[in-house]
Design a protein around this ligand. Structure first.
Ligand SMILES: NC(=O)CC[C@H](N)C(=O)O
Length: 203
């Protein structure tokens, strides 16, 4: 059976995710309509700006269908703003911003602060770098959130290892839902996408 994975294409770095998924050998399509959402086996929510994405989900009539598909177990991967969209609770957002409540975590938006708005670091990532001889995952953070609290059933996959944010949780999984604070689609390393494709394949 061939796997088709969508990238929510309302805003943000859609093309990079489509390319990374294609490199993993799956069919990758942009999703802007309910019919497209209905046709996918998994969905990537890209980075961008979460309050804008929230507004556009309403404009494109995708909010309710997406909530429903996530409740029905659609595998989803959110990066950065996508992580914020999937979370059950968001700190430091706008009061009118809606989110999808598919991942039992509290996320702090723009958590790394101004002076370190964008930075890169190497991470150990459970399920990826724990294989013999594996290189660390290079993580690029762009005005990124972090996970401030995890609820029951949430597995921590990666934490920042050095610097002022050392120990902060930046990758989590709960069942079919994966989220990272960082942007693997910009590094040319598709192992995080491959990890998600394997989740979709075994869902
Ligand atoms: N690179 C990103 O996705 C940044 C997320 C953005 N700061 C937000 O709040 O949505």
């Amino acid at each position: 059976m061939s796997i088709r994975i969508g990238v929510l294409a309302l805003q943000g770095d859609v093309r990079e995710h489509l390319a990374a998924l294609a490199e993993c050998g799956v069919e990758a399509i942009p999703v802007r309509r309910e019919s497209e959402l209905d046709s996918v086996d998994g969905l990537v929510l890209p980075g961008g700006e979460s309050t804008t994405m929230s507004r556009l989900l309403g404009v494109f009539d995708l909010y309710d269908p997406l909530v429903k598909r996530l409740r029905d177990g659609l595998p989803a991967y959110g990066s950065c703003a996508g992580m914020i969209m999937l979370a059950s609770k968001i700190l430091d957002t706008r009061p009118d911003a809606r989110h999808l409540d598919a991942l039992n975590v509290t996320v702090r938006r723009n958590a790394f602060g101004r002076q370190v708005e964008s930075f890169e670091t190497d991470l150990a990532f459970t399920g990826i770098t724990d294989r013999p001889g594996a290189d660390p995952v290079r993580a690029v953070f762009i005005r990124a959130p972090w996970v401030e609290e995890t609820g029951p059933g949430v597995q921590v996959l990666a934490r920042v290892e050095e610097g002022p944010a050392a120990g902060r949780v930046v990758a989590v999984r709960q069942g079919n839902v994966l989220a990272t604070s960082f942007h693997p689609e910009v590094t040319g390393d598709v192992r995080v996408h491959k990890f998600f494709v394997d989740m979709v394949a075994t869902a």
